[in-house]
Every structure is written in structure tokens, then in C-alpha cells.
Design a protein around this ligand. Structure first.
Ligand SMILES: [Zn+2]
Length: 349
């Protein structure tokens, strides 16, 4: 049966950082960073060390709520909290379950905090993945790696081996900025089609890595790292937000505009195919339904229509958003708790 023209399956965000939802409530860096590495050091690597399990939960609830309010019912998350590693992926998965959003969790392993830190990250991925119920389509997982440039070869090999042993892929940032230019050679021989290769801005056209490239146009613009030009890759391409919300219609429209800026003959179907690739990565979202404020939900129309909002969302048959409002949780309370949590993080900042 053809679905009504105002209805789609649940949208998928193929790369998110739910832990970054509180960043908006924090003071800016004292000195404005001038490079991509400088932004990591001044913002993200200060935020992740300030997180504990309580603030991770508050951040994940807010991120999941914002996803739901944008019609995104499946989030592929990439998490880091060096001072609260053990149990962190369950905290995120539980927060998403409260709101009613599906999640695939991964802990971003890194050697930035020494070999013990990398081991603890690997252990958290393994602990979480071994605890998953294969029948539970709301909770899934990948092995996370921050990026090749912050990991030793041993750590990269260990993560790849763990993913293969556990029957899943690796979720890793690849050549996002110049500091990770060696990513393709560092990862050669380790990847397979289950991997998520996030960004790929600095990858050569024929880079030799297997997996899905996840394109995050707004984040790439925000970090001034350049345009990834994803059409040049033989790999499948999916769309993510890199932690800037989970409004996938908005990210689609931006991906289209960025494509069009590079090639004025570009059609909307290409960027839509990147959005649709999310359903290959998280097929359970096809069981979800979003009724939108606009019709028809078609690529060319949506490329030029702003402020399309979900009116009703059901996940696995359960209505989790009605009249634009979450049914399982109190959005006012989640936002108030997020402000409190951001204040606690700021005190450690
Ligand atoms: Zn990212």
C-alpha cells in the first residue's frame, strides 16, 4: 500500500553525539580557536572530560527529545566521556528508551588519555554490545573509535578485531580535518562494509576503505574543514548531524544546497538518497511512522520548503509524539533538567 503523501518512515541520524546537547549552555572558550584541532581542544575535549553519568543522562534525554520533535526515530550515536566510561552507553540507551527513540550506541575509543583510557573504552564497547538483545530493535550498537589520529595502531586493530568478533562494524571519524590526513593508510585492511566512516572530507576519491561515508554538511561548515563532495566516493553515503540536533529534513536541505553550490546541475534526489541510506543502517526505523505538517513529502518539494514539522510519530506502533508533543516524557522537565546539568558541567569546565 502506498503511504499517504504526508507520511514517511521515521528518519535516521547516521552520526550524532548526544553528549553534546548541553554544549549550548556552556561559556565559550576564552581564546577563539583558529583551527579544527583548536576547536576540539577548546570545546569538545573540555566538555567530554567534564561529563559524569548524571549529566550524560540529562544530555541524552534532551538530544533524544529533540530528535523525536524533528521526526527522527533512530539515532546512531558516538559517545565520549573519559572520566565516566563504564556504563555510559547504557545510560544513553536508557535515556533514549525513556523518550521512545531507537539508538545505536558506540564509545569513541582514543589513546588521548593513555593506554588505560583506550582499554577502558574498548571494554565499555564490549560490555554494552555483549549485553544487547538481538530481538530488541530499539537498542543496537557499533564499536566506536574517536579517529585514527588519536589512536595507536594497536588500538585501531583491537577495535576492528572486536567489531568483527561481535558481528558489527566500527563507527569512526575519518579525515575530518588535516590532522587526520593519514586516516586512509592507517585504516587500510581493517575496514568492512559494516563500518561508518564519518566525514571523509580529506579522503582521496579512491581511498580504498570499505563502509558507509557519513556526510555532516552543517558540522563541516561550522568547523571550516571544507566540503566533503560525497558524490566522488564509490561507498554508500548517509547523512548525520555530528551532534548539532537531529533535524534530518533540515540536514537534507542543507546537503542539497551544498551539493548544488558545488554543482548547479545537482538534483534533490541525490541528497535524498543519502537521507534514505539511513534506513539501510537502521532498518527498524522503517517500522516507524511520521505524519508531517506538509505534503507531499518528496525530495524536490522538501529541498525548498522550510519548517516542515512532525505532527504525530509512532515507533514500533506506539504513538510517542502527538500534536507535536512527546507523549512519554515531559519536554519542559527535560529542558529544565538539561539547564541544571549544563550548570554543573560549567562549574567543572
Ligand atoms: Zn562526530
Amino acid at each position: 500500500m502506498t503511504p499517504p503523501a504526508d507520511t514517511t518512515p521515521g528518519l535516521v541520524c547516521a552520526h550524532h553525539h548526544l553528549y553534546s546537547a548541553l554544549a549550548r549552555g556552556l561559556p565559550g572558550p576564552a581564546v577563539t580557536p583558529t583551527t579544527f584541532l583548536g576547536i576540539l581542544e577548546a570545546v569538545w575535549w573540555r566538555l567530554d572530560v567534564a561529563l559524569d553519568l548524571d549529566t550524560i543522562a540529562a544530555s541524552a534525554r534532551l538530544g533524544a527529545l529533540e530528535a523525536l520533535e524533528s521526526g527522527c526515530t533512530a539515532v546512531i550515536d558516538h559517545h565520549e566521556s573519559p572520566h565516566a566510561i563504564e556504563g555510559s552507553l547504557d545510560v544513553i540507551a536508557d535515556a533514549c528508551a525513556e523518550v521512545g527513540v531507537r539508538v545505536s550506541c558506540a564509545y569513541g575509543v582514543t589513546d588521548r588519555h593513555g593506554a588505560d583510557g583506550a582499554k577502558a573504552g574498548l571494554a565499555e564497547n564490549e560490555r554494552y554490545l555483549r549485553g544487547l538483545d538481538p530481538a530488541d530493535g530499539r537498542r543496537r550498537g557499533l564499536v566506536g573509535v574517536h579517529a585514527a589520529f588519536t589512536c595507536t595502531d594497536d588500538t585501531l586493530a583491537a577495535a576492528a578485531g572486536m567489531a568483527a568478533d561481535l558481528g558489527t562494524g566500527v563507527h569512526i571519524h575519518v579525515a575530518e580535518g588535516p590532522d587526520d590526513a593519514a586516516a586512509a593508510s592507517r585504516l587500510a585492511g581493517l575496514t568492512d562494509e559494516r563500518w561508518l566512516l564519518v566525514h571523509g572530507v580529506g579522503l582521496a576519491d579512491h581511498h580504498g576503505l570499505a563502509g558507509t561515508i557519513v556526510h555532516n554538511p552543517r558540522s563541516n561548515m561550522n568547523n571550516s574543514v571544507g566540503y566533503a563532495r560525497p558524490t566522488r566516493f564509490a561507498n554508500p553515503v548517509a547523512l548525520g548531524t555530528d551532534g548539532i540536533g537531529a533535524d534530518m529534513l533540515d540536514e537534507f536541505a542543507l546537503a542539497f544546497a551544498r551539493h548544488r553550490e558545488d554543482d548547479v546541475t545537482a538534483g534533490a534526489d541525490t541528497a535524498w538518497s543519502w537521507l534514505a541510506q539511513g534506513w539501510r543502517l537502521f532498518p527498524e526505523a522503517l517500522d516507524d511512522q511520521v505524519r508531517w505538517s506538509y505534503t507531499p513529502m518528496e525530495p524536490w518539494a522538501l529541498a525548498y520548503t522550510t519548517d516542515v514539522r512532525p505532527l504525530e510519530v509512532s515507533v514500533g506502533g506506539e504513538v510517542v509524539l502527538a500534536d507535536g508533543r512527546a507523549t512519554r516524557v515531559d519536554p519542559v522537565e527535560i529542558r529544565a533538567k538539561a539547564v541544571e546539568a549544563a550548570t554543573r558541567v560549567a562549574a567543572r569546565w
